[in-house]
Design a protein around this ligand. Structure first.
Ligand code: MG
Length: 160
C-alpha cells in the first residue's frame, strides 16, 4: 500500500467561474488560475501523483504553457490516474477536505462526490468529500481564497 497527500490554494475573484470537483458551482466568486482553478481536482491530482512518487501537477502541466490555459482539471486528474494504472496500482479510497467560506455547498456535496467517483472510476463509497469554513477569519474567511486537502490510499493490483 502507498499513501499520497495533496493540497491546493487559489485566490478568488468576482466574476470568475467556480469549479469544484469538476462541477460548476453558481457563485459570485471563482478561482484565479491558469487552468479552471479547480482546487478539489488539483489537490486530488497531487495526492495521486504523490502516492506513486511522480512529482506534482506543475511538473506535468506547466502553468506557463499556453496550451493549458483555462484547461478543465479533469485532464490533469486523468493523467495522474493513468500514471497510477501504469504502476499497476488502484485507489482504495480518497478523503478530501475543502475550506471555503461561501457559497454553502449543501446542495452540491453529493454531486461533487459522485463526479469524483466517476472521474476516478471507483465506487462513491470510496470517496469522502468534506467542507469546512474558516470561521470568517483570514483570506479564506473573507472569501479572497479557498483551499483544499486530499489524501489517497492506493494498493497494488494482485496478479492472482
Ligand atoms: Mg491549483
Amino acid at each position: 500500500m502507498r499513501i499520497g497527500f495533496g493540497t491546493d490554494f487559489h485566490r478568488l475573484l468576482k466574476g470568475r467561474k467556480l469549479f469544484l470537483g469538476g462541477i460548476e458551482i453558481p457563485s459570485e466568486f471563482g478561482a484565479v488560475a491558469h487552468s479552471d482553478g479547480d482546487v478539489v481536482l488539483h489537490s486530488l491530482t497531487d495526492a495521486i501523483l504523490g502516492s506513486i512518487g511522480k512529482g506534482d501537477i506543475g511538473d506535468h502541466f506547466r502553468d506557463t504553457e499556453e496550451r493549458w490555459k483555462d484547461e478543465r482539471s479533469e485532464v490533469f486528474l486523468k493523467k495522474a490516474l493513468s500514471l497510477l494504472e501504469e504502476e499497476g496500482k488502484y485507489i482504495e479510497n480518497v478523503d478530501i477536505t475543502l475550506i471555503l467560506e461561501k457559497p454553502k455547498l449543501y446542495d452540491y456535496k453529493e454531486k461533487i462526490k459522485e463526479n469524483i467517483a466517476k472521474l476516478l472510476t471507483i465506487e462513491k463509497e470510496r470517496v469522502s468529500f468534506k467542507c469546512k469554513t474558516n470561521e470568517g477569519l483570514g483570506d479564506i474567511g473573507n472569501s479572497n481564497a479557498l483551499q483544499c486537502f486530499a489524501i489517497v490510499l492506493v494498493s497494488t493490483k494482485s496478479n492472482l
